[in-house]
Design a protein around this ligand. Structure first.
Ligand code: ATP
Length: 364
């Protein structure tokens, strides 16, 4: 198992900058996620790690070893693809054994390793089947065994669960996590599914148009997004525009059309007068009782829509500014909250993000 370091990795396809000076460090044994929308460069980065593609500039290290120009078969990486990519004419056993055969490993060693790999993914009983006699989840487990059997230094997974149905996906998430912990192997997992990354990742790199927008633990990227893009991509977010009126060491305050809002600075160097977006998650908002008076982080609005979804209820509330915000409530809802009602909302956990629209205006 090894750690990975990328230094200024850049890859261009004609006029598309697929990766733009990526710097990244993944620790040995870490379960690391590359998360981002379609086309942000995730697969290109994974292919560069596997050696299937070369960066135009920049370097890739596995521990201290510079592998930028090392061919795939000399890198000791295991790869798992979205479409499983099993050989249809070979049995499950032969599929898993293939990488060992290519390495000219003696038969008895191969037998032991294949047996163990199939046990790890709970597929021992299926060794003689061909891939088309397996369900999607079973095929993906065989693909995983095939990647693990060579005892790779890092396992690279490209959207491995996206072809599975919702229930199986949840099951496989848990199994993969358990396996990663038991084997203590470095895993890099590409996905566009933020729930998958939040649920499984030790750390996540959120990618946007060939760049890393933020790296952090699931809690950090969810609770302290650095940009509007990250806040939006990683979950739902309410954004209220404002202007910074005071900056203290642990808190900043902004004036907005709907009252003063206090929160945390989302970036360094925030100053009085800066235009910001006050970012608040829908579940961080609450209905306040009628007695609550005007105060910071209290805003008024009218409920426009309520959607009952079983364990949660969603409310869309129109503010005096005309903006509509969303609340998510778990459990019992105060009786008085119905469409048409005037409500007071209170909230904590506000992050003040740079208003990128403002930056663009200034640049024009
Ligand atoms: P998805 O989630 O849809 O797989 P991705 O984040 O993995 O997307 P990449 O496949 O890495 O994105 O692609 C990044 C950008 O590079 C895209 O704009 C894509 O069109 C472009 N690209 C990738 N491979 C090639 C190629 N071989 N030739 C030309 N352009 C490419």
């Amino acid at each position: 198992m090894f750690g990975i370091k990328l230094e200024n990795v850049t890859r261009r396809f004609d006029n598309v900058l697929a990766l733009d000076r990526i710097n990244l460090e993944v620790e040995a044994g870490e379960f690391f996620f590359l998360l981002g929308p379609s086309g942000c460069g995730k697969t290109t980065l994974l292919r560069i790690l596997a050696g299937f593609d070369q960066p135009e500039s920049g370097r890739v290290f596995f521990d201290e070893r510079d592998v930028t120009a090392v061919p795939p078969h000399e890198r000791n990486t295991g790869m798992v693809f979205q479409n499983y990519a099993l050989w249809p004419h070979m049995t499950v056993w032969k599929n898993v054994e293939y990488g060992l055969t290519m390495r000219n490993m003696p038969q008895h060693e191969r037998d032991q390793k294949v047996k163990r790999a199939l046990e790890m993914v709970q597929m021992s009983g299926y060794a003689e089947r061909s891939p088309n006699q397996l369900s999607g989840g079973q095929q993906q487990r065989v693909a995983l065994a095939r990647a693990l059997v060579i005892e790779p230094g890092v396992v690279l997974l490209d959207e491995p669960l996206s072809n599975l149905d919702a229930r199986l996906r949840l099951e496989m998430r848990e199994q993969l996590q358990d396996l990663q912990r038991t084997l203590d192997v470095t895993m890099i997992y590409v996905t566009h599914d933020q729930k998958e990354a939040l649920a499984m990742g030790a750390r996540i790199a959120v990618m946007q148009m060939g760049k890393v927008a933020q790296i952090g633990t699931p809690r950090e990227v969810y609770r302290q997004p650095l940009t509007r893009f990250v806040a939006d991509f990683i979950g739902e977010i309410n954004l209220i525009s404002g202007e910074i009126k005071s900056v203290e060491s642990d808190e900043v305050a902004a004036t907005t059309d709907v009252g003063d809002i206090r929160g945390q600075a989302g970036h360094e160097g925030i100053q009085v007068g800066d235009r910001v977006l006050c970012a608040i998650r829908p579940e961080a908002m609450d209905f306040l009782s009628d007695e609550a008076g005007a105060a910071d982080n209290v805003i008024f609005g009218r409920v426009r829509r309520a959607i009952y979804l079983g364990e949660v209820e969603q409310f869309f509330v129109e503010l005096a500014s005309g903006d509509q915000i969303k609340l998510i409530k778990y459990g019992a809802i105060p009786q008085h909250v119905q469409p048409g009602d005037e409500v007071r909302l209170g909230f904590s956990q506000v992050v003040m993000l740079r208003d990128e629209a403002e930056d663009r205006d200034e640049a024009v």
